[in-house]
Ligand binder design. Structure first.
Ligand code: NAD
Ligand code: ZN
Length: 344
């Protein structure tokens, strides 16, 4: 089967022909209908050899949807041909954290060698993918696979961050979204769907700001030196109740610190290597700083419900698997508007 793999540190993604995988007992094979490209794929492909810990060769793709194609021994309760979205942040499924539905924070996954598809386990950027357990599938229903696949990460991750700050996002409040790419442009829509907050979006190009306005941002600002003052002006000097940083590099985490209101929330979602000093003389009084990871399975169900209700629409740039390597280059250069998706 065709697959997009990262095979050698520093070499970037490659289109390869590999053997079709067979599901072991308890596993499920999906025939992939769509897979999404995420900036996190570039994060890992930019790591030096000493820090790279995802195994090689790695089949990419942690956003995947498909139809059930083959069941491993003992799998019951799901039917061949039915469409599902893959819930990616696999946990042990047994511990207290997993019992609460937060497999994304399972403290045992690493020691047990459990890794998400595309971030350790073979991912969905291939004609077929193995899912380790049926609990990691969420029914897709009538949703279109290409339009929906990115909600498994670019929807779920901002949803998880935003719902944790809901008590701050009352009518009259302000939410700042830094970085209106794959995650950020869905984040703006989730904020619109769930809250009455005024949304201020920041990015580095006018084109990305135009996308932000298209998906519902009330104000847009070029992310540069004057951005903090502009946010302060728009909030009568008070700052924003919640700041969602989908870049997470030092310049943006520092902006987040200066834009957040007293008792506000900063969510550093982007993994741009930035850090934020919190303390009495750094962050405003009472401010919370959090680095959330992906989301829970029940939250993925809720995100898909939002899509079914017509509240979320991913701006998709569609590619074939033969074009995937080029699509990754476009993502690297910041040329994707919304999310790049491989359609099978
Ligand atoms: P993307 O490339 O689609 O979007 C990033 C956006 O940020 C682009 O629009 C870019 O123009 C903009 N940007 C870059 N520098 C900026 C700056 N200084 N100020 C404002 N905007 C700026 O990336 P994505 O796939 O949406 O991922 C966003 C980040 O989230 C990445 O770092 C990714 O690795 C991370 N991520 C984290 C999680 C998690 O669980 N925490 C999950 C998925 C992705
Ligand atoms: Zn991702």
């Amino acid at each position: 089967m065709k697959a997009i793999q990262y095979r050698e540190v520093g070499k970037g993604p490659e289109l390869v022909e590999i053997e079709k995988p067979e599901p072991k007992a308890g596993q499920i094979r999906l025939k992939v209908t769509a897979a999404g490209l995420c900036h996190s794929d570039w994060f890992l492909m930019n790591l030096p050899k000493e820090q790279y810990a995802y195994g090689l060769p790695l089949t990419l793709g942690h956003e995947g949807v498909g139809v059930i194609d083959k069941l491993g021994e003992g799998v019951e309760g799901v039917d061949l041909g039915d469409p599902y979205a893959i819930y990616g942040p696999w946990g042990c499924g047994l511990c207290h954290t997993c019992a609460q539905g937060q497999e994304n924070y399972c403290p045992h996954a690493a020691e047990l060698g459990i890794t998400p598809p595309g971030l350790g386990a073979p991912g969905a950027m291939a004609e077929f993918v193995i899912v380790d357990d049926k609990r990691h599938l969420v029914p897709l229903g009538d949703l279109d696979p290409v339009q929906t696949v990115s909600l498994t990460d670019a929807g779920l991750t901002p949803y998880h961050a935003i719902t944790a700050a809901m008590h701050k996002l009352t009518p009259g409040s302000t939410a700042v979204v830094i970085g209106v790419g794959g995650l950020g442009h869905v984040g703006v829509q989730i904020l619109r769907a769930l809250t009455q907050a005024t949304i201020i979006a920041l990015d580095i190009t006018e084109d990305k700001l135009a996308l932000a306005r298209e998906v519902g941002a009330h104000h847009t600002i070029i992310s540069s030196d004057g951005a903090v003052e502009k946010v302060r002006e728009l909030t009568n000097g008070l700052g924003a109740e919640a700041v969602f940083d989908f870049v997470g590099a030092d310049p943006t985490t520092d902006m987040a610190r200066q834009m957040v209101a007293t008792n506000g929330f900063i969510h550093i979602v982007g993994i741009g290597g930035g850090t934020l000093a919190t303390g009495f003389f750094s962050t405003p009084f009472g401010a919370n700083v959090r680095s959330p990871y992906w989301g829970s399975r029940s939250e993925l169900m809720e995100v898909l419900e939002l899509a079914k209700a017509g509240s979320l629409s991913v701006h998709v740039e569609k590619f074939s698997i033969e074009q995937a390597v080029d699509a990754y280059q476009k993502l690297h250069k910041g040329e994707i508007r919304g999310r790049a998706v491989i359609a099978f």
